[in-house]
Design a protein. Structure first.
Length: 368
C-alpha cells in the first residue's frame, strides 16, 4: 500500500544523506539549563562528549569554531532558537520528533548523554529516521503566544471558580450552573455568608481575569483580521469562532504540508490506535499525538456542534448517528469523531476557499 508523504516530509528527505560531506555529526539532547552534546567523526566514532550551557552565546561560540557539520536537535520548547543559531553558523540541522523514534523514545536504557549519542548516530547514518519537523516562522510563533497566554488565564479562572464552588459546598451552598463570564455577577450573592469575606478576593480576581481574557480576545481578532484573513473561511462552520480558527491556522502553519485533508486528523492525534494481531482487532483510544491544545479546542467545538445549541449540519447528523448506536462511551466516541471530521473540514475550507454548505452531503444523498 502506497504511503502518503507530505510536502514537508519530502523537503526533509531532499537533504543529502551522504557520509563524508560533513566534518562532524552532532547529536544534542536539550535540557533546561544544560544540553548534552555528542560529536561523531565521519567514521561514526565518538570524538567528544560534553555539555553546553543553554545560552545563545555558548552555542554560537562552539558552532562558529568548527567546520561545516550536520546536527540533530531534540524537539522541544527551546529547539527553535538552538536550531536557528546552529544554522546561522553554516551547519545543517535536523530537529527530531523523538517521540516517533522508537530507538530513542522506547529505549530501556535512557539518559541524556545516551540520547545525544543516538541522535548523532541517526543523523550520521539515516537522518530520515529522526522524523524531522519544521518549526513555524518566528512571526507565527509570536502570534501563537497570544493564544497560549490566553489559555493560562482561562485555566486560572476555571481553578478559581472551582475553588469558590468547593468552599461553598462545605457550608451546604451548592452554586447554580452558569457561564464563567457571568459567574460573579450571578452567583456572588449565593456564596454562604460564613465564607463571603474569604471568597471576596477570589471573586475580584475572577472579574479581573474576565477583563484580561476579553483583552486577549480583542487582540486575537485584530491579529486574525490583519495577518490571517482566511480565518473567515473557517469561521463559516457553526461552533468555530475567531479563537478556534486562528488556533487552527497557527498550529498547522502551512496548509500545503498535507497532501490530503484527512491527514490532519492523524496529525492532531485523533486517529484510533491499532494493535491488530491475527483475528484480534481490539478497539483502542486515539493516539493523542500532535498539539494537545488544538485537539482540546476542536473537541470543545464538537461538544457545541452536538449540544442543544448546535445547528443542523452534516457534522451534527453524523455525530448524532454515532450516539444513537449506543454502547459503551458512545457519546465520547462521537465527540472525537466529529472533532476529527471538523479538523478535516477546516483544512479543506482553508485550502479551497469554498463556501461552506452545512448540509451539502445530505442534499447530495437525497438528490441521488
Amino acid at each position: 500500500m502506497k504511503k502518503n508523504t507530505s510536502k514537508k516530509q519530502m523537503a526533509g528527505k531532499g537533504k543529502k544523506e551522504t557520509q563524508g560531506d560533513f566534518a562532524f555529526y552532532i547529536g544534542i539532547d536539550l535540557g533546561d539549563k544544560n544540553s548534552d552534546v555528542c560529536v561523531l567523526n565521519p567514521g561514526g566514532e565518538v570524538g567528544k562528549q560534553f555539555r553546553l550551557r543553554m545560552k545563545e552565546e555558548a552555542f554560537q561560540e562552539y558552532f562558529a569554531s568548527i567546520p561545516r557539520s550536520r546536527a540533530a536537535v531534540e524537539a522541544g520548547g527551546q529547539s527553535r532558537w538552538v536550531a536557528e543559531v546552529i544554522e546561522k553558523c553554516g551547519h545543517e540541522v535536523y530537529v527530531s520528533n523523538t517521540r516517533k523514534v522508537p530507538y530513542i523514545h522506547q529505549s530501556d536504557a535512557k539518559d541524556d548523554p545516551g540520547d545525544a549519542y543516538k541522535l548523532a548516530e541517526l543523523v550520521h547514518f539515516k537522518p530520515r529516521l529522526l522524523h524531522p519537523i519544521q518549526h513555524r516562522s518566528r512571526e507565527a510563533q509570536a502570534d501563537l503566544s497570544w493564544i497560549r497566554a490566553r489559555e493560562v488565564l482561562v485555566e486560572s479562572r476555571t481553578q478559581l471558580i472551582n475553588a469558590v464552588r468547593g468552599l461553598s459546598k462545605a457550608f451546604a451552598g451548592r452554586l447554580e450552573k452558569c457561564s464563567t463570564e457571568s459567574f460573579t455577577a450571578k452567583l456572588a450573592g449565593q456564596v454562604p455568608e460564613a465564607i463571603r469575606s474569604a471568597a471576596a478576593p477570589l471573586l475580584e480576581t475572577i472579574d479581573h481575569l474576565n477583563e484580561q481574557i476579553r483583552y486577549y480576545d480583542q487582540m486575537e481578532e485584530h491579529i486574525a483580521r490583519e495577518r490571517y484573513p482566511k480565518y473567515r473561511l473557517l469561521e463559516q462552520v457553526n461552533g468555530v469562532g475567531v479563537h478556534t480558527a486562528l488556533s487552527f491556522m497557527l498550529t498547522i502553519g502551512d496548509p500545503d504540508r498535507f497532501e490530503k485533508s484527512r491527514e490532519v486528523g492523524s496529525f492532531l492525534g485523533m486517529r484510533p490506535r491499532k494493535q491488530d494481531s491475527g483475528e484480534t482487532k481490539p478497539q483502542l483510544g486515539i493516539t493523542k499525538a500532535g498539539d494537545v491544545y488544538l485537539r482540546k479546542t476542536l473537541v470543545n467545538c464538537a461538544h457545541h456542534i452536538l449540544g442543544p445549541h448546535g445547528k443542523d449540519s452534516d457534522l451534527r447528523r453524523f455525530g448524532l448517528r454515532l450516539c444513537q448506536r449506543g454502547g459503551k462511551n458512545a457519546k465520547k466516541r462521537a465527540v472525537i469523531a466529529v472533532a476529527r471530521k471538523l479538523a478535516v473540514l477546516l483544512h479543506r475550507l482553508w485550502i479551497t476557499g469554498e463556501v461552506y454548505e452545512p448540509l451539502r452531503n445530505s442534499k447530495q444523498a437525497v438528490a441521488a
